[in-house]
Ligand binder design. Structure first.
Ligand SMILES: Nc1ncnc2c1ncn2[C@@H]1O[C@H](COP(=O)(O)OP(=O)(O)OP(=O)(O)O)[C@@H](O)[C@H]1O
Ligand SMILES: NC(=O)c1ccc[n+]([C@@H]2O[C@H](COP(=O)(O)O)[C@@H](O)[C@H]2O)c1
Length: 185
């Protein structure tokens, strides 16, 4: 029995992540999905709460649970101030796992220093499948729905996510404008 671990901020969970997980499903029996930066939400870079991201992942990976007989656990992981103990922090929150999948250099380094096997995950269609770009499309009313699994579209609509993102993005503009010394507060 092999249990893997895959972490991301998933802001939002998109088809790049989904393809990675489909590949991982061929190699493991169970997969722990870590929702990184679980304590952060309502910013342009991290608009969705941990709970909202739990819904996105749980609903989207259901098809792999059926097709690949995969068992998944979604675990929110808060950021901490000390990278040196972060891998242990993750392990303290999750079911035990044998192998980590990531292509984030810091994540890879921290788990390797903890002597946990890390397998580098591939990038898929990164031109289109990047969280930053998908969030910009949501704000600008450009197409984004075809870059995320259908259940993620449903969750974003249920929580009125596009409106939140646009409101937050406006605040960002005001903050930048007020921070500029030449402008009146
Ligand atoms: N298109 C993709 N194909 C494969 N893996 C991806 C893809 N996009 C992101 N990943 C990987 O998924 C993990 C989680 O990434 P993350 O949630 O930060 O997504 P992101 O698309 O990089 O988002 P952002 O642009 O907001 O940083 C990371 O290891 C990242 O490298
Ligand atoms: N010290 C820490 O809290 C620490 C260290 C390394 C990674 N992380 C988190 O792991 C996640 C990695 O995911 P990404 O590959 O999406 O960046 C992020 O949420 C990141 O904040 C946190």
């Amino acid at each position: 029995m092999t249990r893997g671990f895959y972490i991301g901020r998933f802001q939002p969970y998109h088809n790049g992540h989904h393809t990675v997980i489909e590949h991982i499903a061929d190699e493991v029996d169970e997969l722990v999905l870590g929702i990184g930066s679980a304590d952060v939400s309502h910013t342009v870079r991290n608009p969705f709460t941990a709970g909202e991201r739990i819904m996105m992942l749980t609903k989207a990976v259901r098809e792999f649970e059926r097709e690949h007989d995969l068992v998944t656990y979604v675990v929110p992981i808060e950021d901490i101030d000390r990278n040196a103990v972060w891998a242990g922090h993750v392990e303290s929150m999750c079911p035990d796992f044998d192998v980590v999948y990531s292509n984030n250099p810091l994540v890879i380094r921290l788990f390797e220093e903890d002597e946990i096997e890390v397998r580098q995950s591939q990038m898929f269609d990164r031109e289109r499948l990047e969280g930053t770009d998908i969030r910009e499309s949501m704000i600008d009313d450009d197409p984004w729905r075809d870059r995320v699994p259908d259940p993620v579209v449903d969750v974003v609509e249920e929580i009125n996510g596009i409106q939140r993102l646009r409101t937050i993005a406006q605040d960002d503009v005001v903050d930048r404008w007020e921070a500029d010394e030449d402008n009146e507060p």
